[in-house]
Design a protein around this ligand. Structure first.
Ligand code: AMP
Length: 406
């Protein structure tokens, strides 16, 4: 393999597997640093392809497409994690891949992910691997109810998981969720959800943004509050976890760690994503160097600056046709910084863009202030600490029975 010299010189080509908005914002950050991006995506007119210098249109598993893509790049990275082991091997045989395929293999599989996290000394909710009905029964006996049963692969935005509340829920969920094995997790009665984005360079130096707080609506990220409205100790613990994870993975690239804070103030890791993350979009407007810049720098072998914020921020996702339709009002509202992803069709649940609202450093207002600052989006934002979106999960507790007919 011809090895490129790192740091990559200006005009070098960064190959990005995946054509979504994360690739788009990465390509924009790369352009500012003097690089060109080459996108591998099956999608015509993809969000990333629209702003990149080169596009290979092809399936992630197609050896021909992979070879054509790899021939035109100096380094390969991902904005999309679910590339098969075969696809990863092909890529790694042709060009340097950052982060390393081994990192993706950990994040692609919840069982490997949790084993890895616990092995690195990072606490998670209690969990068990479940392959059979007998193992599910034993896992529920050990962990108790409520609990969450999840597929090990390809789960995102609440897909591939069921909340188990009553013993009857076990069978329905077991039949509904595939492929096996599954993983059973204790239900965390969380006070809030946090995430931290960290970058680690080839020299092993790692930096982490401040912990942020995430609010979901119908399983999809709705709002990110930066910084998280939690005590200093919890925020420091969360950052420490992200840095520990980056170190333990020997990561070269970017990682987001999603965490729960339980009612006792314990920080538990939920998921890791070795790529830019939706909960890091606020960094574009509130930090001198965004998550995307740090990602590009790490992948290109450039030095990493501090992951510092100059402002506090609230990020609101624009999801589906209703929120995309507010575009005109958003543009007319003072203080809202708009980002649109270039998706032609606004399907329900599809992330179409986001807006950021900045506040002075240390000046994030309370819920009323945030609501007021979101202007036309106020009524659509999960500003109050709702957090309980698992109550709407696939297997629902019988609320009619619990609360009587409404
Ligand atoms: P995940 O696909 O694991 O990121 O889960 C999506 C969302 O479901 C999380 O952001 C939480 O809001 C919720 N959730 C997942 N696992 C648990 C759990 N063990 N306890 C409570 N809530 C959970």
């Amino acid at each position: 393999m011809r090895g490129p010299a790192f740091p990559l010189p200006p005009n070098a080509v960064i190959g990005i597997v995946g054509g979504g908005q994360l690739g788009r914002m990465t390509a924009l950050a790369a352009a500012r640093l003097g690089y060109r991006c080459h996108i591998l995506t099956p999608e015509r007119e993809s969000p990333a392809g629209q702003v990149a210098a080169y596009v290979t249109e092809g399936e992630y598993e197609d050896p021909g497409a992979i070879a054509a893509f790899a021939a035109g790049v100096d380094v390969v990275t991902f904005e999309f994690e679910n590339v098969s082991a075969g696809g990863l091997e092909l890529l790694a045989a042709l060009k340097p891949v950052r982060p390393a395929p081994a990192v993706l293999r950990v994040s692609q599989d919840r069982i490997r992910e949790k084993s890895f996290l616990n092995g690195a000394g990072v606490p998670t909710a209690p969990w068990r691997r479940v392959e059979t009905r007998a193992e599910l029964a034993a896992a529920v006996a050990a962990i108790g109810l409520p609990a969450v049963l999840k597929t090990t692969r390809l789960g995102y935005d609440g897909k591939g998981q069921s909340l188990l509340v009553r013993p009857e829920d076990l069978e329905t969920a077991f039949v509904a969720l595939a492929p096996k094995p599954l993983v059973l997790e204790g239900f965390v009665d969380f006070a809030c959800e946090l995430s931290v984005v960290a970058a680690r360079g080839e020299d092993g130096r790692a930096v982490a943004f401040d912990a942020v707080e995430n609010r979901h609506r119908q399983h999809i990220l709705d709002l990110t509050l930066a910084p998280a409205q939690v005590g200093e100790e919890i925020a420091a613990e969360a950052r420490g976890i992200a840095l520990r994870v980056a170190e333990a993975l020997e990561l070269v690239g970017l990682i987001a760690v999603e965490m729960f804070v339980d009612r006792g103030g314990r920080v538990l890791a939920n998921e890791i994503a070795p790529r830019p993350h939706n909960s890091g979009h606020w960094t574009i407007d509130a930090c001198p160097a965004s998550q995307f810049e740090l990602f590009v720098r790490a992948v290109a072998g450039l030095p990493l600056p501090e992951a510092r914020r100059h402002s506090d921020a609230v990020m609101k996702n624009l999801v589906g046709p209703e929120e995309a339709a507010l575009w005109g009002e958003i543009l007319a509202a003072p203080g809202l910084i708009p980002h649109l992803y270039g998706k032609a069709e606004a399907r329900p649940g599809r992330k179409m863009g986001h807006v950021t609202r900045l506040f002075p450093h240390g000046g994030l207002p309370g819920p009323f202030g945030i609501e007021a600052a979101l202007g036309p989006l106020a009524a659509r934002a999960e500003v109050e600490r709702a957090g309980r979106h698992l109550a709407e999960q696939v297997v629902q507790p019988d609320l009619g029975e619990a609360f009587g007919p409404s």
